[in-house]
Design a protein around this ligand. Structure first.
Ligand code: HEM
Length: 508
C-alpha cells in the first residue's frame, strides 16, 4: 500500500513538473555540467522511480551498477544529484589530495534540520568555523587517548554488565543469546556515562534508547526529501517529526540540568563522574558566537555523541561474532591469544591494556571492518566550490557519496577479498592504513578531514567486547551446525539480515 502511494505521488510529480522541466531545460541546456555517467532517468524524478521499483536496498542497487558504470557515476534522485565514488584512488584524490574542497556537507532536508538544530553538530555542520569549534572540542576534550583512558572503569563496568546479561539470557534459553541487542546495550551504557557523567538505572537507559530510536526512525529518508513538490502530502509525517523532537528535548533536558547542578555544587552527588562530554559543551566558545549552546543545541550534540557510536560499534561486534562462529579456527586462535596474554585464572578478565598486546585479535578486528564496514556509505560529502574529478564536473549542489564496500572488497587491492582471512594482516602479506593518509584500501571510518573522530574509541570498544565475549564463552551457531547467512540489511547501519542468535557455552 505504502509503495502504491509513493508510486502515485511520484507519477503525480512527474506530470506536474514535466512542463516546468521542459521550459527550464530549454533555457539551461547550454550550461549543463559534464556529470559522471549514470543510468538514464526520467525528467524531474530522474532515477528515483527506478531505485524505488527495483525492490532492492539502495546499497544493493548501487553495487549492481558498479560493473556497468564504473568507479564514478551519477544517480539523479529527484532534485538531488548523487555522485557515487567507489574507487580507492578517486577517493584519495577527493578526500585527501583535494581534502578541503570535498570537506563540506550538502543542504539537509527539513526533518534533519530540526534534529540537527540547523546543522549545529560535528557531522552535519558545513566546513567552516562552527564545524571546527565543535569537532576540535569533541576530539581534544573527549576523544583524545588520554581522555579515553580516564573512562576505563566505565568500560569495565559495562563489560561486566554485558557478560552478566549474556549469562542470564543463556540460563533462561538453554544457551541461546541475541548478539546485536546485548552489544548495543553495553556500548550505549558507556557512551551515556561519558556523555552525561550521571549514573543511570537500567529503566532510564532503556527509555533513553527508545527516544534515540524514535529519532532515527523519523530521520529515515522520505520521497519528499527528493521531490519537495510532494511535501504537502507529508504534513502528518512532519507533525510526527516535531512531536518526536519535543519528546527528545523534554526527556533529555532534565539530565542536562542535573549535570549543570552537579557542576555548580561539586560533591553533591557521590555517584557523579568527574568529567563528561556535557561539561565540555556548557561553556563552549563557538567561533562567531557570543554565547554557549542552548539547551536544545545540547540535546542535539549529546544525541550525536550517543548515536554516532552506538549502532556502528554494536554492528561491528555482531559481524565479528558471526565470523568467529563461521570460522571456529579463528575463534580458537583468539581464545589462545587471550589465554597466553592473561593466563588461565578465571578471575583475571582481559582488559584494554592486554588487547594492545594481542596482534591476532587486532588482525581479526581489522579484517572484520574491511569485510563488514558498519555503514556502507560514508556520511554524504559536498564540495565547497565547483570542481572536477576524473574529468567530470562536481557541482556544489551534488551529494558526493562514497560506497565503502567498493573499496574494501576491491580485487585489485585485496587477494581474495570475499574471504574472511585475518592472516592477511598477521603475516604482513597485506596491510592498510585505516586513516587513508598514505593510501586508501579500506575506510570503515571514512578518510580525510571528516574522518570519524570516534575511530580510536570505537576500536577500543570493539576489541574489548570481542575479547571479553570470547574469554567467557565459546560461540557456536544456532541452530547447531546451521550455516550463517552473511547477507546484510540496512537499519541505519548494515546489520545481519537475520539478527544473529548464537549458542554460547561458558569456557571451562
Ligand atoms: C565502529 C564504530 C564506528 C564507525 C564504523 C564509524 C564510522 C563513521 C563514518 C564512516 C563516518 C563518516 C566519515 C565521512 O564523512 O567521511 C563517521 C563520522 C562521524 N563519527 Fe563515527 N563511526 C564509529 C564510531 C563513532 C563513535 C564512537 C563516535 C563518537 C562518540 C563517532 C562520531 C562520529 C562523528 C561526530 C562523525 C562526523 C565527523 C565529521 O563530520 O567531521 N563515531 N563515522
Amino acid at each position: 500500500m505504502a509503495v502504491a502511494i509513493h508510486l502515485f505521488f511520484t507519477f503525480l510529480a512527474f506530470l506536474l513538473s514535466g512542463l516546468i522541466f521542459f521550459l527550464a531545460s530549454r533555457k539551461t541546456k547550454s550550461k549543463r555540467p559534464n556529470l559522471p555517467p549514470g543510468p538514464p532517468g526520467w525528467p524531474v524524478v530522474g532515477n528515483l522511480f527506478q531505485v524505488a521499483r527495483s525492490g532492492k536496498p539502495f546499497f544493493k542497487y548501487v553495487d549492481d551498477l558498479l560493473p556497468i558504470y564504473g568507479p564514478i557515476f551519477t544517480l539523479r534522485m529527484g532534485t538531488r544529484t548523487m555522485i557515487i565514488l567507489s574507487d580507492a584512488k578517486l577517493v584519495h584524490e577527493a578526500l585527501i589530495e583535494k581534502g578541503s574542497l570535498f570537506a563540506t556537507r550538502p543542504r539537509e532536508n527539513p526533518t534533519r534540520t530540526i534534529f540537527s538544530c540547523n546543522k549545529f553538530t560535528v557531522n552535519a555542520a558545513l566546513y567552516g568555523p562552527v564545524w571546527r569549534s565543535l569537532r576540535r572540542n569533541m576530539v581534544q576534550n573527549m576523544l583524545s587517548s588520554s581522555r579515553i583512558r580516564e573512562f576505563r572503569e566505565v568500560r569495565n563496568k559495562a563489560m561486566d554488565k554485558l557478560i552478566n546479561r549474556l549469562k542470564a539470557e543463556a540460563e533462561a534459553t538453554n544457551g541461546i543469546v541475541w548478539v546485536l541487542k546485548n552489544a548495543r546495550f553495553a556500548v550505549f551504557c558507556i557512551l551515556l556515562a561519558m556523555c552525561f557523567g550521571i549514573d543511570m538505572d537500567e529503566k532510564t537507559i532503556e527509555k533513553m534508547d527508545q527516544v534515540m530510536k524514535s529519532v532515527l526512525i523519523v530521520l529515515d529518508p522520505r520521497i519528499d526529501d527528493y521531490l519537495p513538490i510532494l511535501s504537502p502530502f507529508f504534513s502528518k509525517q512532519r507533525k510526527r517529526a516535531r512531536e518526536v523532537r519535543k519528546e527528545q528535548v523534554d526527556f533529555m533536558v532534565p539530565f542536562i540540568e542535573l549535570r549543570r547542578k552537579m557542576l555548580q555544587n561539586p560533591g553533591s552527588d557521590k555517584t557523579a563522574m568527574s568529567f563528561s562530554y556535557l561539561d565540555t559543551l556548557f561553556d563552549l566558545k563557538i567561533e562567531g558566537r557570543t554565547s554557549g549552546p542552548s539547551n536544545e543545541e545540547l540535546v542535539t550534540l549529546c544525541s550525536e555523541f550517543l548515536n554516532g557510536g552506538t549502532d556502528t560499534t554494536a554492528t561491528a561486534v555482531e559481524w565479528g561474532i558471526a565470523q568467529l562462529i563461521a570460522n571456529p579456527g579463528v575463534q580458537e586462535k583468539v581464545y589462545d591469544e587471550i589465554k597466553r596474554t592473561v593466563g588461565d585464572d578465571p578471575d583475571r578478565k582481559v582488559d584494554e591494556k592486554d588487547v594492545e598486546k594481542m596482534p591476532y585479535l587486532q588482525a581479526v578486528v581489522k579484517e572484520l571492518l574491511r569485510k563488514h564496514p558498519p555503514t556502507y556509505f560514508s556520511l554524504t560529502h559536498a564540495v565547497t566550490e565547483a570542481t572536477t574529478l576524473a574529468g567530470y564536473d562536481i557541482p556544489t549542489d551534488a551529494n558526493v557519496e562514497i560506497f565503502l564496500p567498493g573499496i574494501g572488497d576491491d580485487p585489485k587491492l585485496w587477494a581474495h577479498p570475499e574471504r574472511f582471512d585475518p592472516e592477511r594482516f598477521v603475516s604482513g602479506r597485506e596491510d592498510a592504513d585505516i586513516t587513508g593518509v598514505t593510501g586508501v584500501k579500506m575506510m570503515p571510518f571514512g578518510v580525510g578531514r571528516r574522518i570519524c573522530p570516534g575511530l580510536g574509541m570505537a576500536t577500543v570498544h570493539v576489541h574489548l567486547m570481542i575479547a571479553r565475549m570470547v574469554q567467557e564463552f565459546e560461540w557456536g551457531a544456532y541452530p547447531p551446525k546451521s550455516k550463517l547467512d552473511f547477507t546484510g540489511k540496512l537499519e541505519f547501519t548494515v546489520v545481519m539480515k537475520d539478527a544473529l542468535r548464537a549458542l554460547i557455552k561458558p569456557r571451562a
